[in-house]
Write a protein that binds this ligand. Structure first.
Ligand SMILES: [Fe+2]
Ligand SMILES: [Fe+2]
Length: 167
């Protein structure tokens, strides 16, 4: 049993993780269309990670004896002016998600739901990683600037990225 307000907030976040996956797939598609396959791969892996987050919340809701409820997923932004812009948007998205988890944690605290607080802590740690990763990519891309050789090498590195669920 979960408090109703907390359950609704968890359901909202589960759906939001799938929206995040959608948004990253739209970025992947932009990259692929412009033949930046390494960056496209980065976003495809990122989308997998977001779906994993959604699944994690889904499992938790069910483990607590409740029903995970799916709602409409908003259309993501599909047009970008540059690769850098996709990373800047990605960072904004992650910052927004971090705040959503803060709000969720606050509701869990309100209801003294210690199991959910513990569950949410994993996401708070994860968000630190996510924001830091996007910040690093933005710094690299700005440093690379118009150097197409450096961009090529950087992209090769991202082409090798593979999302794997930790044991
Ligand atoms: Fe996520
Ligand atoms: Fe994320």
């Amino acid at each position: 049993m979960l408090n109703e307000k907390l359950l609704n907030a968890l359901n909202r976040q589960m759906n939001h993780e799938f929206f995040a996956a959608h948004a990253y797939m739209a970025m992947a598609s932009y990259c692929d269309y412009h033949s930046y396959e390494g960056f496209a791969n980065f976003y495809i892996q990122q989308a997998k990670e977001e779906r994993f987050h959604g699944q994690k919340i889904y499992d938790y809701i069910n483990d607590r004896g409740e029903q995970a409820v799916f709602s409409q997923v908003d259309a993501p932004k599909v047009e970008f002016n540059s690769i850098l812009e996709t990373f800047e948007d990605g960072l904004k998205q992650e910052q927004d998600v971090t705040h959503r988890f803060y709000d969720l944690s606050e509701i869990a605290h309100e209801h003294k739901d210690y199991a959910t607080i513990s569950f949410l802590n994993w996401f708070l740690d994860e968000q630190v990683e996510e924001e830091s990763m996007f910040e690093t990519h933005i710094d690299y891309l700005k440093r690379i600037g118009d150097d197409s050789n450096a961009l090529y090498l950087y992209e090769k590195e991202l082409a090798a990225r593979k999302f794997e669920v930790e044991a």
